[in-house]
Design a protein around this ligand. Structure first.
Ligand SMILES: Nc1nc2c(ncn2[C@@H]2O[C@H](COP(=O)(O)OP(=O)(O)OP(=O)(O)O)[C@@H](O)[C@H]2O)c(=O)[nH]1
Ligand SMILES: [Mg+2]
Length: 442
């Protein structure tokens, strides 16, 4: 169903944009809109055939002569990504070729596309629901295998299917209320009597989607690991060992790391944000004091703290204090420098120098994310989770009401919020904001 967001008689320009990075061997330039066929016939050496989807060898021509010798494919509406007539040019990727092709497209009547305009049109033309359109950027941004799998499922309509199921429950509730409003005398015996049960079911369904979504957020945002410890125990060395590259500066003197370093990586398929911090101690100067404050702040927002000790020497008072401060957090206590000897027990013994124990650490980190990894079909988009939370509030409010009219109002609110997720009931402004965060050409 096409949402009636914009005036129905509004016609869209024919727009174009490079969809792959300029500077590679080949650059894909896409054109979408009602004039795509005219533009193709004007610029290409061969007219558009009645066999859409055929990749053909063509020359692109403008007033000055042939600009490029390349491949082109035409998709006739509605069988295209956007649902409109579309032209895709697979031209040479050099800066000047791309510049000349874009200039020719402009001369032929095209307009540069806005960010996300192709996917926005796909949504507006009913080719995909809004939640699937939003998943397109998650697919592009996915940093780990499981994140990608989750995004691909959402692209395939997993969010829409879950929302539809809850909508059906709420529609049952609404018919029960309508019966009560139409035949108030029979309300007790009618379907209205089943309303409390239906509302409880809706509440359960939405609450479990929210819970599953919160766990699944790790798939989108990464498990946040904060490396903490006193100076010189090997925190930055640990970051480098996990990353497999010399990212952080490592030196033999204490107080090397001053600021917070933030890197993304994948550990056994789990997306991770790894954060290295300044060694925690009584700071020697202002910069170090700020670094230590930042380290403590990072610790508070961590999903898992990696508390590093120097396992080759006895524990210090600072180590003891950090052990106490992180007691309530999810943490892994690490005794580093195993190659120099093992003094500290009850900790994961490893060496950043020889990499002994690093694999075991990776396994333990991945284990923390295991519950989140179960369901790659969870609703993980923050906008969707927020709408679900508000819908849950509306249902809970409905449960406290006795008048059918008031319950009906709450149900309409909940249905509106669910519709804003899939895009059947959403403001143009929200849609514009979503696609403004896309990249150009997608
Ligand atoms: N032998 C040995 N030395 C290590 C190991 N890990 C780190 N080091 C050494 O310990 C010193 C400190 O390492 P860093 O990684 O800079 O320590 P840090 O905890 O980040 O220190 P600050 O940033 O100052 O808080 C360096 O000389 C490292 O080479 C290890 O497993 N074995
Ligand atoms: Mg450091």
């Amino acid at each position: 169903m096409r949402p009636s967001l914009y005036p129905m008689n509004e016609t869209f320009d024919t727009v174009y944009a490079p969809s792959s990075a300029v500077g590679g061997a080949i650059c894909v330039i896409r054109v979408t809109g009602g004039d795509s066929r005219t533009i193709a016939n004007r610029l290409l050496s061969k007219p558009v055939e009645n066999r859409p989807g055929l990749l053909r060898h063509v020359q692109i021509r403008s007033g000055a002569g042939v600009i490029d010798d390349c491949m082109a494919v035409f998709f006739a509406e509605p069988k295209s990504y956007t649902g409109e007539d579309m032209l895709e040019l697979h031209c040479h990727g050099g800066m000047q070729t791309v510049r000349s092709v874009l200039a020719a497209l402009s001369e032929a009547g095209g307009v540069p596309a806005e960010p996300g305009e192709f996917t926005k049109r796909a949504f507006l033309n009913g080719k995909m629901d809004l939640s699937a359109a939003e998943a397109v950027m998650d697919v592009i941004n996915a940093q780990a295998e499981r994140s990608l799998r989750s995004a691909v499922e959402q692209l395939g309509g997993s969010v829409r299917r879950k929302i539809r199921a809850v909508e059906n429950t709420l529609l049952d509730a609404r018919s029960a209320i309508e019966a009560a409003i139409d035949y108030p005398d029979e309300a007790e015996e009618s379907a209205y009597a089943s309303l409390p049960g239906i509302l409880r079911a809706a509440e359960r369904e939405i609450a479990s989607l929210i819970e599953e979504g919160r766990r699944g957020r790790i798939l989108r945002d990464g498990l946040k690991l904060v490396i903490l410890g006193r100076p010189n125990v090997g925190k930055s060395s640990l970051m480098n060992a996990l990353l497999g590259e010399d990212r952080a500066i490592v030196t033999a003197s204490a107080g090397t790391t001053r600021d917070v370093l933030d890197e993304r990586l994948s550990i056994e398929g789990v997306p991770v944000r790894l954060i290295d911090t300044a060694g925690v101690r009584e700071a020697a100067d202002e910069a170090e004091r700020i670094g230590v404050d930042r380290a403590k702040k990072a610790m508070e927002s961590a999903d898992v703290v990696l508390l590093v000790l120097d396992g080759s020497t006895p524990m210090t008072a600072e180590d003891e204090r950090l052990l106490r401060e992180t007691e309530g957090k999810t943490r892994i206590v690490i005794a580093n420098k195993r190659d120099l000897g093992v003094c500290v027990k009850d900790a994961l013994s490893l060496s950043c120098k020889t990499c002994e124990g690093i694999e075991e650490l990776k396994r333990r980190i991945a284990a923390f994310a295991a519950p989140s990894m179960q369901s790659t079909a969870a609703i993980t988009n923050e906008r969707h989770i927020r709408a679900l939370e508000l819908a849950l509030e509306a249902i809970r409010h409905a449960k406290t009401q006795t008048e059918p009219d008031c319950i009906a109002t709450d149900l309409s609110e909940a249905l509106h919020l669910l519709g804003s997720i899939t895009g059947t009931d959403v403001d143009a402004e929200v849609v514009d904001r979503i696609f403004a965060n896309f990249c150009v050409g997608k």
